[in-house]
Write a protein that binds this ligand. Structure first.
Ligand code: MN
Length: 270
């Protein structure tokens, strides 16, 4: 019985299978967790979702920005970009079933009593409880007949902080941006969603979210996240575990076994 947490899969079905084989993943005993961004850009988003769906309760995930974008494309709110490689998925018979399943998933959830799973990270002013509450407020909309309205209002980089949110729509946009797109914040903890470089190249005045002291976060609380491929191997912090090692960009697909904190990676060279 082991818990494996896998980084951003992004439709890389073959790599996922190779990685699961490497760790001898057995859905009868083990649980696979994912940090979100299950689809987009990789070779086979359809097979990826079909496979994860079929794992039933042996698979748990949070949603990433690409997963929310897929929901928006399916609602006709956005067009699919060619390099997202989603055509086969968007034409699939199983699409409605897969989308109904996907929209049930949270933006953040606990893996155990000290471990939060969230695609981008924990906004430095939030406690775990805040984050879970804000995730619930988004999930409630995703699961409801307000899905279309919610996704329509989801896009945009403003507000940059929660205090300047004028209404519920703007608050929820901030929740989504913080939980699925965040990398850098400025000294006033404003989100800057345009900077995607590695922390080593941080522009003056900006810092990665996980370097900001968070008074709401208890000492032993750890966060497992993805989204930031440029972090690749730079972050050796047992409390902030970034699992996106950029397989779609020629890097590797990484899984962490929670029981002994062992990392496994698959890349095209292995
Ligand atoms: Mn992402």
């Amino acid at each position: 019985m082991a818990n494996y947490i896998v980084g951003d899969i992004q439709g890389c079905y073959t790599a996922l299978q190779k990685l699961l084989k490497k760790v001898n993943f057995n859905p009868a005993h083990d649980t696979l967790w994912a940090v979100g961004d299950l689809v987009a850009r990789g070779d086979d988003s359809l097979s990826t979702l079909d496979f994860l769906y079929d794992l039933g309760d042996s698979f748990q995930t949070v949603l990433g920005n690409h997963d929310l974008h897929l929901l928006a494309i399916s609602q006709g709110i956005r067009g699919a970009k060619r390099n997202d490689n989603l055509d086969k998925l968007l034409r699939a018979k199983s699409l409605p079933r897969l989308l109904d399943w996907l929209r049930q998933k949270p933006l953040a959830r606990m893996i155990d009593k000290n471990t939060l799973l969230v695609h981008a990270g924990l906004y430095p002013k939030w406690s775990f409880q805040d984050c879970l509450k804000y995730s619930d407020s988004v999930t409630k909309r995703l699961r409801s007949d307000k899905l279309h309205d919610f996704l329509q209002n989801m896009y945009g980089d403003a507000p940059k902080n929660l205090d300047s949110a004028a209404n519920g729509v703007e608050k929820r946009r901030f929740y989504v941006n913080a939980m699925t797109r965040m990398r850098f914040v400025d000294a006033d903890l404003n989100l800057d969603l345009s900077i995607k470089v590695s922390p080593l190249q941080a522009p003056k005045g900006f810092a990665p979210w996980f370097t900001i002291p968070n008074p709401e976060r208890k000492k032993k609380q750890r966060i497992v996240f993805g989204h930031w491929a440029a972090l690749n191997g730079l972050l050796h912090d047992p409390l902030n575990i970034g699992l996106d090692t950029g397989y779609v960009w020629g890097g590797s697909l990484t899984a962490l076994r929670l029981e002994d904190m062992k990392f496994f990676a698959y890349n095209k060279q292995s």
